[in-house]
Design a protein around this ligand. Sequence first.
Ligand SMILES: [Zn+2]
Length: 264
Amino acid sequence: MIVTIKRYFNAYKYLSLILFFGLYSCAEEGEVKPNIDDKLPSDKLEKYYSYLKETGLKESEFAYNEAAQAFIIGGDVVMPLTHIDAYLEGGKNPSKVAKEAQKRTQYLVNSRQGRDIRVYIHPNVPAGWRKATVSAMKEWTNVEDCFISFREVSSSNDYDVLVSVEPTSTFDENTVAYAFYPYNGYAGNWVKINPKFNNYSASYKKNTMGHELGHTIGLAHPSDDTGIYIEGTPYMDDNSIMYSWVDRNFRLTDGDRKAVQILY
Ligand SMILES: [Zn+2]
């Protein structure tokens, strides 16, 4: 099954894949459509849609989620309306390139915050996911010549990133986890885990968390047309942990390390 999945994605990954395995086939069949919420006033909706499209996203690549008061981008990244409002006020319009390579978003962690990113793992996170989180934190922290450092904290009142399990009903069908991009120089402040995947193997869990933590420091999916190419990284990095699906063999590649060394 793993082989099938991998072959499948090798064939299709250049078509700007959005989600972890499975959802792409749904999208092909036209079953996954942006969840446009008609309760949001249309002029307001338009503003957010315009912004997201200006970043280079296609309408099929993001969807409004009313419960979260946020857009879900690329399947597993949460962009709250309040963040978009701030970008609109600040007049920060992102630039973009379309290359298959190490990509970042326009949202990065600043050098002060990035040196000590405090992660609070909620008690509702099962042991396997907890271990995976700690191990993924370590992997990013251990990248040489890069100041990014994740540290686990025990205080639920004082942290930068919350890792928690959220109800499966709040996820798209095959999304394993969601993450936020950095905001105001801080790491994306929430990684949400879908308990539907609690029986994932340890290595899948670790790769999932490595991937999501990568988003919290501003890394984008290599296949996303909206990402900004990180100058100096390889154009091709087939095993990058930032691909939008999970493979048990993925781990931080030299390209992934290079990306954060250059950024941070
Ligand atoms: Zn992702």
